[in-house]
Design a protein around this ligand. Structure first.
Ligand code: SF4
Ligand code: FE
Length: 483
């Protein structure tokens, strides 16, 4: 059965029989839990054609495997145009939801594995590429959400996976049978874990000889026996459980991360895409990282569009929009946001074909993109707070606006421009609070630093990919310096 629209997506999540914990309690139906639902709504938007004229051509494309129409979130990029369209799709969804819509990690995962499994089969005679293609065709035809799981919990960072006192700090194979493998370990910060039907596991780092048990990649249904999910907290998250929408700031949408624990989980052979090929593991990490560092040049830009709009609205509502410093600050926000977009487009336009025939992004530019994303959203948020004013964190609660004893007083004393209802001013300020210090900041700020790898990971790749020797030669030639 194919999931075709937001409602059938939400319904399909209700059929999963998973072991999930939310705020210390077992949660059977995550979709209807107020803490989780906004994040499911954000993923549901990936199934919604929507009103934007360009949306259908961005959200849907043609499978190179079956020739059938599929979601771009299940697509293997076939050209640089596909890579650019991916960015445009992510910007569009960021604009719709103002948060992380969670479905890109799986997409970036199987695009990375597509070329690596091909190369692995050539080097080792393994059957992984055909298996992956069979799996992908099933994913495309059912249109399920696949969560990409890379980051291990890692234990003592000074020790290699095989040297950890507890080997489960890195997900690893604990048993092999003729039918498949058994794995144990945990993946941290798993974006969209509770909103996914499938989990695609990849190694977290380049493995070395002797670390074969840790060089493992596979896919399993999210409700496979032995998997436990524990939802992560976000600042101000329980406002979603208070009933009213005002204090939430972005009541419709949210993001979500969870700790996903694999306690002796069986994986059938047909879903294993790497098992012991240590020389291939680093390539998965680097290619996945490049794809996901590209992604941030789309999704965070879409969120940035909404924040620029919020800055203008807040200024309009308090009568400050004509002040030259406010106009300057909004222009600076736009400049920063569009610079990120330029990076996302550039690494896509400069993409190239792999030996497997799919297209990957230009890795240096993808790393530049993401390193900028670790900084610019913070400056955008700072400018937004500057324009909005301190009221974003001193505002009374929704309940005070509902209480007849205080409502009229708040309506009078929190008024900005006369023609604007006080509550509209409060709504945009609550949204800015959410996005800069509340749970929205988890997706817009903290994820911008650590998602797809922390800044140091990008610096390492940039210094490795930049070809500094060639630049030195250029300087020598221009300066007439001879060795
Ligand atoms: Fe997609 Fe961006 Fe969320 Fe990553 S952070 S899953 S790219 S929306
Ligand atoms: Fe992310």
């Amino acid at each position: 059965m194919k999931i075709n629209d937001p409602q059938s997506y939400l319904d399909s999540l209700r059929t999963l029989e998973r072991k999930v914990y939310v705020l210390g309690e077992r949660c059977g139906n995550t979709v209807d839990h107020p803490l989780v639902r906004p994040s499911a709504n954000a993923v549901a938007e990936t199934y919604e054609v929507g009103a934007e004229p360009e949306a259908a051509s961005l959200l849907f494309t043609t499978s190179h495997l079956s020739g059938r129409e599929i979601s771009r979130f299940t697509h293997i990029h076939q050209s640089t145009d596909d890579l650019v369209d991916k960015i445009l799709m992510q910007r569009l969804l960021g604009r719709r939801t103002a948060t992380c819509f969670q479905r890109c990690v799986g997409m970036d995962g199987f695009n990375a594995l597509y070329s690596v499994t091909h190369e692995c089969d050539e080097a080792h005679g393994t059957p992984y590429h055909t298996r992956l293609k069979d799996y992908l065709e099933w994913v495309q035809d059912t249109n399920v959400v696949v969560e990409g799981a890379m980051t291990d919990v890692k234990g003592d960072r000074s020790l290699r996976p095989g040297d950890q006192p507890d080997p489960d700090m890195f997900l690893h194979v604990v048993d092999r049978t003729p039918e498949g493998i058994v794995v144990r370990g945990a993946k941290a910060h798993q974006t969209g874990a509770l909103n996914s039907h499938e989990i695609l596991v990849m190694p977290t780092t380049a493995m070395r000889e002797g670390e074969e048990e840790f060089a493992v990649s596979f896919a399993v249904p999210a409700d496979t026996r032995g998997i436990t999910f524990v939802l992560g907290r976000q600042p101000s998250d329980t406002r979603k459980m208070e009933g009213g929408p005002l204090d939430v700031g972005n009541p419709g949408y949210g993001s979500q991360e969870a700790l996903v624990i694999f306690d002796d989980v069986f994986v059938p052979s047909e879903r294993v895409f790497m098992c012991g090929e240590t020389d291939q593991s680093g390539k998965v990490v680097e290619r996945f990282a490049s794809f996901h560092r590209q992604s941030y040049g789309g999704c965070k830009v879409g969120v940035g569009d909404v924040l620029v709009g919020a800055a203008q609205l807040a200024a309009d509502y308090q009568g400050a929009s004509k002040a030259s410093h406010v106009r300057d600050k909004i222009t600076e926000m736009i400049h920063l946001n569009e610079t990120l977009f330029c990076c996302g487009i550039a690494c896509s336009a400069q993409g190239r074909a792999t030996g497997a025939g799919n297209y990957e992004v230009e890795p240096l530019l993808a790393n530049i993109c993401k390193l900028n994303v670790t900084r610019f959203p913070f400056e955008i948020a700072r400018l937004l707070q500057d324009i909005a004013g301190g009221l974003i964190v001193t505002m009374p609660s929704e309940k005070d606006f509902d209480n007849p004893e205080t409502a009229a007083l708040l309506e009078k004393y929190l008024k900005g421009v006369g023609s604007v209802p006080t509550l509209d001013r409060i709504k945009v300020l609550k949204f800015i609070e959410n996005m800069t210090v509340g749970c929205g900041a988890a997706a817009y700020l903290t994820e911008s630093i650590h998602g797809a790898g922390s800044p140091q990971a990008q610096r390492i790749m940039i210094s490795r990919l930049a070809n500094l020797d060639e630049k030195v030669e250029l300087a020598k030639r221009i300066s007439h310096i001879e060795d």
